[in-house]
Write a protein that binds this ligand. Sequence first.
Ligand SMILES: [Zn+2]
Length: 188
Amino acid sequence: MNKVVFLDRDGVINYDSLNYIKSLDEFILIPGSLSAISKLSQHGYNVYVITNQSAIARNLADISIINDLHQYLRESVYHAGGHIDGIYFCPHHPDQGCHCRKPRTGLIDQAVAENNIDVGSAVMVGDKLTDIECAKRAGCKRAYLVMTGIVNPLKQIENDLFQDFFQSAKTLFHAVDLLVYEDKTKSR
Ligand SMILES: [Zn+2]
């Protein structure tokens, strides 16, 4: 079974915005993201993007625009030598109480069921406490918390519930470096 990494999108792969990402113009990749994803592919990891996109329920972004953004992301990763194996997004408003909006686990559960993933060995990279909480609830092995989001996520974590579960990293690029290094060290 392949190794699996779940990636949050906004604030991890591309810059997040308080006004939501509603067009290709607003979808700006964080430096190092593409090469980080390529590095994962080249080291045998399958990559799944797991993202909340309430802009759809808020009528700020049409679902076709979200699909266009994801096509652009897939092609950009492909040209950098990597591969995205799946993109799962929650289109709902927080008030809808759906099962897929992180920190709920619906998106990861769906990815796991559709792709025969061993969730207990999977890793999540996120920029928010909700990503870490989602990964923990879904049964992932561990997580990386990156510092490229809008809010400093370490300020969101007031208790030590997740302290043993995640590690901080400056960016996705740094998180992938750590992950690949640690997996290599362990398999020696
Ligand atoms: Zn949802």
